[in-house]
Design a protein around this ligand. Structure first.
Ligand code: TMP
Length: 207
């Protein structure tokens, strides 16, 4: 019944953080999930990224993956009263695709929000990992084949978008400096998730 999302540009250490959270939050039995997902639609999204599909095709595939993610994992888990923690979610679309669609369609962010309107489930809380783009790219430098999103000017725009969303919704977002040591980032985020889970759950259980 509580939906928490983790967001940030590539290279901010989300994967390291997630595997630490899997251990430290195991007593809450969270459902850990991600976008793009592990379904066949998620597979098509990864193929579109690898083959550099045009930005509109890519955006619509990411949105289709979100619909499938909601129906197969998020909605059923929330209905069972579970804590759901998603590695990327709608804000990834709003931050990345509003940058990739710039100059292709008018008002990309407005369009992306309209595409999700009426069926998406907004996250209760969002952890935003923030790191200077140069440092994030340095961390990704070892990756075998960089994805086309891993490019400095694009990531600058994406991070700026994320920070704007956080400014617009300060009560939903927790901004975390991903340049801090990994164990500090982990204990800070784990404590925040415990706190949110406790308070949101008791608020929702009240008659
Ligand atoms: P990942 O590296 O977290 O697996 O995500 C794959 C890439 O896809 C990453 O560069 C972020 C990007 N992405 C989008 O552009 N839009 C989206 O909606 C999602 C979920 C990911």
């Amino acid at each position: 019944m509580v939906l928490i999302t983790l967001e940030g540009i590539d290279g901010t250490g989300k994967s390291t953080l997630l595997s630490a959270l899997e251990d430290s939050l195991s007593d809450l039995s969270p459902v850990f999930t991600r976008e793009p997902g592990a379904t066949w639609i998620g597979g098509q999204v990864r193929r579109a990224i690898a083959e550099r599909a045009d930005p509109l095709t890519e955006a619509l595939l990411f949105a289709a993956d979100h619909a499938s993610h909601l129906s197969s994992i998020v909605r059923p888990a929330l209905a069972e009263g579970r804590l759901v923690i998603s590695d990327r979610y709608t804000d990834s679309r709003y931050a990345y695709q509003s940058a990739t669609l710039e100059g292709i369609i008018p008002d990309p962010l407005g369009w992306l929000r309209a595409v999700h309107d009426g069926w998406t489930i907004p996250p209760d809380r969002t952890v935003l990992l923030v790191l200077p783009v140069a440092e994030a790219l340095r961390r990704k430098a070892g990756a075998a084949v960089p994805e086309h999103f891993e490019e400095a000017t694009l990531l600058e725009r994406v991070q700026k978008n994320y920070l704007r969303f956080a400014e617009e919704e300060p009560s939903r977002f927790l901004i975390v400096d991903a340049g801090r040591p990994a164990h500090e980032v982990h204990s800070l985020v784990a404590a925040a998730i415990r706190d949110w889970h406790g308070s949101l759950r008791s608020r929702r259980q009240r008659p």
